[in-house]
Structures are given as C-alpha cells and as structure tokens.
Ligand binder design. Structure first.
Ligand SMILES: [Zn+2]
Length: 343
C-alpha cells in the first residue's frame, strides 16, 4: 500500500509539495522512510526489464559490431534494463524528480495538442499553451504530469546513433574503440528501459493504476494495485525467457525511429482496456490464466523486438553522412559545432 501510494505521489504530484496538507503527509511519509524499500513498481519491475534487455541483446542480427554480442556485453545490457528505476531512490530526490516523467505518457492528455511534435521543448510549449486554452485541465496538462516517454526514447536512441557513428570513425582510423564501446553499451542498455516501459500498456494511459474514468460500465478495477500486480508480481512469479522468446518478431530495422516508436506506443495504448478485462477475469492473480500469461509474454516480446530493431537501426543509420548545414534554411541542429568552443 505504501509503495503504491509513493508511486502515485512521485508520478502525479510534483508541484503539490507547497500545499500545507501535502506537506504534513510528506512528513508522515518521511517518518516511514527507513521502512520503505525502493519502489519496484515503475516499469516492468527488475525481472521484466532485465529480461527484455537480455533477450534483445541476444537476438541482435549479425550486422552489428561483434563487441555488442559478447557475453560481457549482453550481461551489461541486461544489468542496465532497470537502470533508470535505480534513479528513483529517495537518496537522490532531485534526480528522481527530473526523470520520473520520462517513464510514461498519458496520451489522453497529450493528444489534446494534436500531432505530437518530435522535439521535447516544442512539446512542452504546446502543452503549456494548451493549459491556457483548456483552463479546466490546466493542472493535468502540465508537461511533467503528461509525461515524456517518446521523447526520452528518441533522445537516448540518437545518443546511441551518435556513439555508433563515432565508433565507425575510430574504426576507420584504426584507433582504440574500447572507450566508445563502453558508451554504446550504456546507451543501448539505457534505451532498453524506456522501450520496455513503452510495451506496458499502463505506461501510456491515465488509467495507469486503476480505472480513473468516471464512465466505467464494465466495472474495471479502480484499486491502485493493478500496475504493480501486472508488471512485477505476475511477471516475477510466472514469466520466463522461454515464454517470451518464441514471440519475438523477425528482425525489422525501422526507417524512421520516431514514427515507428509512436506506432509501437499507440499499439500499447490500444491494449489498455484488454489488460483491464484480463485483470477482471483474474488473469494476473497468482498463477493467472493462460490468456493473462500469453498477453504478458506478448507485451514483453514486443519490447524485445522493438529494442533489438532500434539498436540495429541506430547502427544502420550511423553510417549515413551527417546532413550539411545550409544557411539560412538549414535546421539549427545540423549546424557544425564551433571548433574550440568546448560546448
Ligand atoms: Zn520505467
């Protein structure tokens, strides 16, 4: 119960701390801190995230550099699956606060701004503008409450592509590539966390931990326990890599990371209600039902397939020449860095 409560607070109330009653609740919670473990209900749980990362690394196609497929590399990528959840410790409160919204997106609110822009700050500006035009939803439309899931994923994927481009350049110069190999492994593992979150339907909806819509004709659970039950308790007890492996799709490198990833998130969104239906049928209670287990294995496999394809795509795309800067119509992001600026 305490863990669930912490989840909701950390996700949806970043600005409520100024409220006096909230401050009292926080003081009460602080008194309990030594008793609370680091919450484990922030994604697939450690088991699911580790499994997604390991299976993706193991299934990388032969065209990626060999260092990515060594046992040590696979172990490292697996280890990094839960890494962003380690940044949610109360020992690092500022880090926790700044990165918590990266794990989810509430499409019900995000879609109010129309087609989502690809750049984080344009998205923030659009949501901020929507707060003014939709004063009744101003609180819910705060960007940190709506979430940044596709943005962090795109940004980490671009970091991975950048490092892979550097790897290609160093290889061509016959230079030592071990430092950049370490960076690539970190980015690939870090990326895996968010891709894994994206396959979990409860990470893309306001119904993320109990049905919150007033209209609930099918009587879906409103208890704030379904999130952790599905992704952590049920997975830990019932899902093995051998359940997920047969469901991994054939290699399919993506041509446009943003579009492919948004389609992937939209598919997860389309499964939110099915997840609640399965829960109502006790699909995730104890050993669950065959349907509940199949659904969960398919979601984990979707994460594996997308992560594998995104790593492969970053490698393929890293071979392409960097766009040239054209004055004055060129995109600012394509501008060459000022030499010696140290930026
Ligand atoms: Zn997460």
């Amino acid at each position: 119960m305490a863990v669930t409560r912490y989840f909701r607070m950390s996700r949806y109330t970043p600005r409520m701390k100024r409220n006096a009653s909230a401050r009292l609740r926080r003081l009460a919670a602080l008194a309990l801190l030594p008793l609370l473990p680091v919450p484990s209900c922030f994604g697939w749980g450690s088991t699911g995230h580790s499994m997604i990362n390991r299976l993706a690394a193991e299934s990388l196609p032969g065209d990626v550099p060999a260092f990515l497929k060594t046992p040590d590399a696979i172990n490292e990528i697996e280890y990094l699956g839960p890494e962003p959840d380690r940044w949610r410790s109360l020992a690092e409160p500022e880090l926790n606060a700044v990165q918590a919204p990266d794990h989810f997106i509430d499409f019900e609110y995000a879609d109010i701004i129309g087609t989502l822009p690809r750049r984080r700050y344009e998205y923030i500006a659009a949501l901020t503008a929507a707060e003014i035009t939709h004063p009744d939803k101003a609180r819910e439309l705060q960007p940190s409450r709506v979430g940044f899931q596709p943005y962090i994923t795109n940004e980490v994927w671009e970091r991975l592509k950048s490092a892979m481009r550097d790897y290609r350049e160093l290889t061509a110069k016959h230079a030592d590539t071990r430092p950049v190999e370490a960076a690539i492994l970190f980015y690939a593992g870090w990326l895996g966390h968010y891709v894994g979150d994206g396959s979990q339907p409860l990470h893309v909806s306001i119904n993320y931990n109990g049905w919150v819509l007033k209209e609930n004709p099918n009587g879906y659970t409103a208890e704030h326990t379904i999130h952790a039950k599905f992704e952590t308790t049920f997975v830990d007890a019932n899902l093995k890599p051998t359940d997920v492996q047969p469901l991994i799709s054939p290699v399919h490198p993506v041509s446009d990371e943003w579009d492919a990833y948004m389609a992937y998130l939209r598919h997860s969104q389309s499964l939110v209600e099915q997840l609640y239906q399965l829960d109502k049928q006790k699909g995730f209670d104890g050993a669950g039902t065959p349907e509940g287990k199949q659904f969960t294995a398919e979601r984990l496999a979707a994460g594996v397939s997308m992560l594998r394809d995104l790593i492969d795509s970053a490698w393929i795309e890293s071979a392409k020449p960097v766009p040239q800067w054209h004055e004055p119509s060129g995109e600012p992001s394509a501008a060459p860095a000022k030499s010696g600026s140290g930026l």
